[in-house]
Design a protein. Structure first.
Length: 359
């Protein structure tokens, strides 16, 4: 009898440890079996139940999160890798594992967050704004009121590059020139259109307009097909490096009363600058404006997870800044204050208040 029960127990354990508590309860009902035949076995059984129950708690506590970034050749992907690396560095403390996913960028990340297919994502602050508000300016979708900001990251500057022989030295000089507005539906195209509206310009103010993708415009500039290219990008940028080394070109200031008004009337814009000496033939600092690359999440992601993500990054802040040149001038205060297009996630607020970064 005893051997038969033991054989059955072994069979059950081989299938699943979950039956152990139930089997222990059945043994309790058989006092004669417990007292007479297998007192030591039951003691051992209790130890096994405790052991496996502890393992169940650990497994339940562990959590995996996915961060949507961008293309592997851009800034978003290495930024996402740096963020996840810092989260995983603290995994033994908080039990959270972060995985970065290469995506097509801001639009995809916003859509995937709305569908709860991602836990975190990186996006431009203006696209986040329009997705949260459902304004339709850039995204023709309904408002997603569950979008949450975690923190702002680097500035993506509105960058205007002109052929040196075009005589263009400021944004106002591009009138009457051949200008690439960007691919329709892209961030640079929409922002260029908003700048043109602020300036009171139409396409008729240029000798010719183009709608090339960002990947083609540097070549077009140096092949003398266009006089001006625009790009919203973090610096240093490979595309801007190509445009300034393949031919003689200059990065021009984007300033003036209309630009100031544009920034002041839209919370997702910010003043920006491009350091002098970063690109060949461009020794002086260039003043412009831009948007912020922002780490976003959803109200559906737990406060605990977001709190630990923020803590992991901010407590290894110098390491994060060294992970990519675009982060070199970041400050914690800037990451909490700049270009926030949706409410903070409650988990982020908890950490910021503890650290005195928010009141």
């Amino acid at each position: 009898m005893g051997r038969g029960m033991m054989g059955c127990f072994s069979c059950l354990v081989g299938q699943s440890w979950i039956v152990l508590p139930l089997f222990a309860y059945a043994l309790v009902l058989s006092q004669e079996f417990l007292v007479v035949f297998y007192p030591r076995f039951f003691i051992n059984l209790g130890l096994w139940v405790v052991l496996f129950s502890g393992m169940a708690v650990d497994v339940a506590a562990a959590e995996s999160i996915t961060l949507g970034s961008g293309g592997v050749t851009g800034v978003y992907y290495p930024a996402g890798r740096a963020l996840c690396r810092l989260v995983n560095k603290e995994r033994s403390t908080h039990g959270i594992r972060c995985a970065v996913e290469s995506t097509s960028g801001s639009l995809y990340n916003l859509d995937a967050l709305g569908a709860q297919e991602l836990d975190l994502g990186i996006t431009q602050s203006d696209w986040e704004y329009h997705a949260y508000k459902g304004s339709g300016q850039l995204l023709d979708v309904a408002a997603n009121s569950d979008l949450r900001t975690v923190f702002s990251m680097h500035t993506e500057a509105f960058t205007v590059v002109a052929r040196e022989d075009s005589g263009i030295r400021s944004i106002d000089d591009i009138k009457g020139k051949r200008v690439n507005l960007g691919n329709p539906g892209s961030g640079q195209y929409a922002t260029m259109k908003m700048l043109m509206k602020a300036k009171g310009w139409t396409e008729d103010d240029f000798s010719r307009v183009f709608e090339m993708s960002a990947s083609n415009q540097a070549t077009a500039l140096c092949n003398d097909q266009i006089d001006v290219m625009v790009y919203i990008v973090g610096h240093p940028s490979g595309a801007i490096k190509e445009a300034t080394t393949s031919c003689r070109s200059v990065i021009v200031d984007v300033t003036g009363d209309e630009v100031d008004q544009l920034i002041n009337s839209h919370s997702y814009y910010r003043f920006a600058s491009i350091p002098g000496g970063m690109y060949q033939g461009n020794k002086r600092e260039v003043a412009t404006f831009g948007v912020g690359a922002t780490l976003i999440s959803s109200a559906h992601v737990s406060d605990t997870v977001i709190y630990q993500v923020v803590r992991s990054v901010f407590e290894h802040f110098d390491e994060f800044k060294r992970s990519h040149p675009v982060f070199a001038r970041l400050t914690k205060q800037q990451m909490v204050a700049d270009s926030l297009s949706a409410p903070f996630h409650a988990g982020a607020v908890k950490y910021y208040k503890e650290m005195g970064l928010l009141k």
